[in-house]
Every structure is written in structure tokens, then in C-alpha cells.
Ligand binder design. Structure first.
Ligand SMILES: [Mn+2]
Length: 311
């Protein structure tokens, strides 16, 4: 029998850290046994760095790691059916901690859904600990801090709220490692941007499908992310990754943390028009510059029409 915590396929640091943090809240959330974290896809280098610093083991990945007989599931950082690992039966989901719009709320009849507009799912989970007065191990508290830093891009993302800052500060009273963690994650983002163009473009892609079209939304969050378009192999890599992932359309958001703006790369004309209508972005050669930092969650996913996001 298994009680599982999971998040979307190819999870980010917020999702992974949030799942791990739920383990110590298992009883509090009404699960009869301690939650086991099972993930799907690949875990990014930032998450690896966070877990090494926190002294935590990374969760198991994939069907092979899945215990027999899933009884109940806790979901973190998503409640979108198209994002879930295939083994997640929506009816078994009992608890959801998310901060994304356009979720499939009605498809989780048994779930208590906590979905609030904060910068990180880890903020909601940290607040749950505080409310319950539960003990948080230093390792778990560090993981939560990492999830908050990662998802708010060190508190500069437009989605950042006072609650994120407050949760981080309160966790820091327990760990005292906030400054160190910020430095490590900053260095991680800087190192990431020196990788191959293909690796950068494919490191964080969310895929949305309908009956006719498969759209991938890639997000690159790093200092100097916009400079990637200057690479000679940019479009060649864009096409290659798009084909490798089986996409009809690839929308890339290069969120440049130094310049506090994004470059959007998309070769599809309809998406260029859609972004022009919504944000007045002007595309030239498949590229457009934004005037503020764009995030996939707040700026791009909401542009998916119901048709795109259908199942
Ligand atoms: Mn998140």
C-alpha cells in the first residue's frame, strides 16, 4: 500500500522540494502512512545542488520506483491533468498544494485544494507547517527555502509576494543557511547558462496537448539568458529540440535575471500574433523582447486557449 507525493513531469525545484517537505506533514494532512515521493522525468541541476546542500537524498523516479497499490496521492505545484505522471489517477488525489491558474479543479473530486497566488508552492507548504505548529527538520526547512528561492527567482519574479519573503525568513530562523543557499543557487543559474544550447532549451519544457497540436513551453531563468539568442546554433537547436520532443510548436521564454526582461522565441505565426495581441510584443525573425520579466506561469500558460489545453 502506498501513499505518494508527486508533482508534474520534469519537475522544477519548487515541485520536488515541496513533495519532500510534505513527508513530515503526512499525518497532519490525513494520510495514514508517511508519504513516499515518486517523480517522473528528469530532475534539474538546480534541484541537485539544493539537495546536496540540504543533505537530502533525491526522490525516486518513474514507474519502476512506484510501490504497488497506490492508495492516495498528494500533488504539489500542479493540478493540471495534462502535466501529471501517467500513473496518477485523479480520483486518488487527496491533497493539492499549487499556485497556478487554469487548473483542472473539477477533476479531483476527493481533493482538498490549496491553490493561492503566491510565488512558490513551497511557501504554502511552509505556512501549513507554521499553522500546525509542526516540527520541521533543518534539511526539510532548507529544501523549502530552496523551493521558494527557485520559484521566485531570488524574489525578483513578478509573482513574488510578501508571504514568500515571510516564509523564507521564518525558515531561516531554523536553518540559518538562507544566505549560503542564495549564493549556491545563484552560482547554479550562472553555470547553467554556459551549457550547450540544446541542453539549455530543453531543461525546463512543459508540454500541452490537444487533439491536433502539441505545444512545448520552455523556460530558461538565468542571468544573461537573453544572450543565448546570439549563439550561432540557436535556431538549429530550437528546431532539433522541438523535433526531439515531438512538438508542433515551441515557445521559448528566456527570462534574463540581469536585464529583468525576457526574450520570447517562437517560430509559429499564430503564437506570435497571440503574443502581439496580448502584450503588444513585436516579433522580428521569431524573436520579441518584453519590457518586464515574463514567466511561463503568469504570462504564457494563460494564453493557452481551452482548445490547446484540452485532453
Ligand atoms: Mn511552483
Amino acid at each position: 500500500m502506498a501513499y505518494i507525493a508527486t508533482t508534474y513531469v520534469n519537475p522544477d525545484t519548487d515541485g520536488v522540494a515541496g513533495c519532500v517537505a510534505l513527508r513530515e506533514l503526512s499525518r497532519e494532512l490525513g494520510f495514514r502512512e508517511r508519504l513516499t515521493v515518486i517523480l517522473d522525468g528528469t530532475i534539474n541541476s538546480e534541484t541537485h545542488a539544493l539537495f546536496a546542500l540540504a543533505g537530502l537524498e533525491l526522490p525516486s523516479i518513474g514507474m519502476a520506483a512506484l510501490p504497488q497499490g497506490v492508495i492516495a496521492v498528494a500533488l504539489v505545484d500542479t493540478h493540471h491533468l495534462s502535466q501529471l505522471p501517467t500513473w496518477v489517477a485523479p480520483a486518488l488525489v487527496k491533497v493539492i498544494f499549487d499556485h497556478h491558474s487554469h487548473g483542472d479543479t473539477n477533476f479531483f473530486p476527493a481533493a482538498t485544494i490549496v491553490n493561492e497566488k503566491v510565488g512558490a508552492a513551497c511557501t504554502l507548504i511552509a505556512e501549513r507547517y507554521f499553522e500546525a505548529g509542526s516540527q520541521i527538520s533543518p534539511a526539510t526547512a532548507t529544501a523549502l527555502q530552496g523551493g521558494i528561492l527557485s520559484n521566485t527567482l531570488d524574489f525578483v519574479a513578478p509573482s513574488t509576494t510578501e508571504r514568500d519573503r515571510a516564509a523564507f525568513a521564518r525558515l531561516d530562523e531554523m536553518t540559518g543557511r538562507g544566505a549560503e543557499l542564495r549564493q549556491v543557487l545563484r552560482e547554479e543559474r550562472a553555470a547553467f547558462i554556459n551549457g550547450t544550447t540544446s541542453d539549455i532549451l530543453s531543461s525546463d519544457v512543459k508540454v500541452f496537448r490537444d487533439s491536433t497540436t502539441t505545444i512545448g513551453m520552455s523556460q530558461v531563468e538565468a542571468p544573461g539568458a537573453s544572450l543565448i539568442i546570439q549563439r550561432d546554433d540557436f535556431w538549429e537547436s530550437y528546431d532539433r529540440e522541438s523535433a526531439r520532443l515531438g512538438l508542433d510548436i515551441l515557445v521559448v521564454n528566456l527570462a534574463d535575471l540581469t536585464a529583468s526582461m525576457s526574450v520570447i522565441a517562437v517560430s509559429d505565426r499564430r503564437w506570435q500574433q497571440r503574443l502581439n495581441l496580448e502584450y503588444r510584443l513585436v516579433f522580428d525573425g521569431g524573436l520579441a523582447w518584453t519590457s518586464e520579466l515574463f514567466l511561463r506561469k503568469s504570462h504564457l500558460v494563460p494564453l493557452l486557449t481551452h482548445k490547446d489545453d484540452g485532453r
